[in-house]
Design a protein around this ligand. Structure first.
Ligand code: FPP
Ligand code: MG
Length: 324
């Protein structure tokens, strides 16, 4: 990842002082760099160790991290979030205008990087399509806020658009750079789609946990914002009276109702149901790796999938109180 960090720094170098400083600060508070890591591993898996000498690989990996960061800056504005990765969000620190423009600038720099000389059109096309789908996912989610009749099918469509397809495109882009065959790229995409789905399912599950989330986001945020995710959808499908309660109280859900729902989601088995769905996606991600020869890259990709459904955050004690 050192080479990706260097490429990130170089990508911002052409910018003048103050915007460059702003974006550097923003990128300093990065997370696990999951997307660039997957891209590099998928390239090594299909192109072998020699692909590590290709600078295009690191520039593309830097570009996907920039796109991801831009999407989070905009997502935090849309969600009115106060904290990201344990720090105040950019729009709180610098105001909404600066944050919107910082996201736009990052996105523009990412695409400038992807279209530099020496880069193939494949990853550029993949990322252009993927950003359009990210936006459609966010729009779709926004339109369905406070819709307590969201079906599982609609939920899976949203998480496909806002998370899974982008992770899949990062994996496929790695394959493109390494000269993978169309069949190999399909398998990489399949791996990314399933890993991304598992990742979002676990993120949505964690929103119902008691422990503060790794992202620094307070638990219960989804429900408070009117977002139905799989744990709640399962509860509402199995215990429809909670849907009536939500409809009657929306859009301002009182704290007592939020607390009650968070508790019954655990008691009803809806968290176990969501975790089982995440584990099933993880298994499918592992299956997509089977056509590739065993080795360090395949093991690291398998490890990344396993880590997604690893330790599950603490959740309300089912013995604590009878269902409301
Ligand atoms: C976080 O999901 C948000 C996303 C995965 C996508 C956000 C996409 C946009 C705002 C569209 C614009 C895109 C660009 C590139 C500018 P989440 O809200 O479920 O996760 P969270 O809990 O971390 O907020
Ligand atoms: Mg969000």
């Amino acid at each position: 990842m050192g080479a990706v960090e260097r490429a990130l720094g170089e990508a911002l170098a052409p910018l003048p002082g103050s915007p460059q400083k702003l974006l550097r600060e923003l990128l300093e508070n990065r997370g696990k760099m999951l997307r660039p890591r997957l891209l590099v591993l998928c390239a090594v898996l299909t192109g072998g160790e020699r692909i590590k000498e290709n600078e295009v690989l690191y520039r593309t990996a830097a570009a996907v991290e920039m796109i991801h960061t831009a999407s989070l800056v905009h997502d935090d504005i849309i969600d009115n979030a106060s904290c990201r990765r344990g720090r105040p969000t950019l729009h709180l620190l610098r105001g909404r205008k600066a944050a919107i423009l910082a996201g736009d600038l990052l996105l523009a720099r990412a695409f400038a990087l992807l279209s530099e000389k020496g880069h193939e059109a494949g990853p550029l096309r993949l990322m252009a399509r993927s950003v359009a789908l990210l936006c459609r996912g966010e729009l779709c989610q926004a339109e369905r806020r406070h819709r307590w009749d969201l079906s599982e099918r609609q939920y899976y469509r949203i998480i496909h658009l806002k998370t899974a397809q982008f992770i899949a495109s990062c994996c496929e882009a790695g394959g493109w750079i390494a000269g993978a065959t169309a069949g190999e790229r399909r398998s990489l995409r399949q791996y990314g789609l399933n890993l991304g789905q598992a990742f979002q399912l676990v993120d949505d599950l964690a929103d119902y946990s008691e422990a503060p989330l790794q992202g620094g986001k307070p638990a219960g945020s989804d429900l408070k914002q009117g977002l139905a995710t799989l744990p709640l959808i399962h509860l509402l499908e199995t215990r429809p009276r909670y849907r009536q309660m939500l409809r009657a109280a929306s859009p301002e859900l009182p704290p007592a109702l939020l607390e009650l729902l968070r508790r019954v989601v655990g008691e009803n088995g809806s968290l176990d149901y969501t975790l089982a769905a995440a584990r099933c996606s993880k298994e499918q991600a592992l299956r997509a790796l089977q056509p590739f020869p065993d080795g360090a890259a395949r093991q690291a990709l398998a490890g990344a999938a396993a880590a997604v459904t690893g330790p599950v955050p603490a959740r309300p004690d089912p013995e604590a109180a009878p269902p409301g």
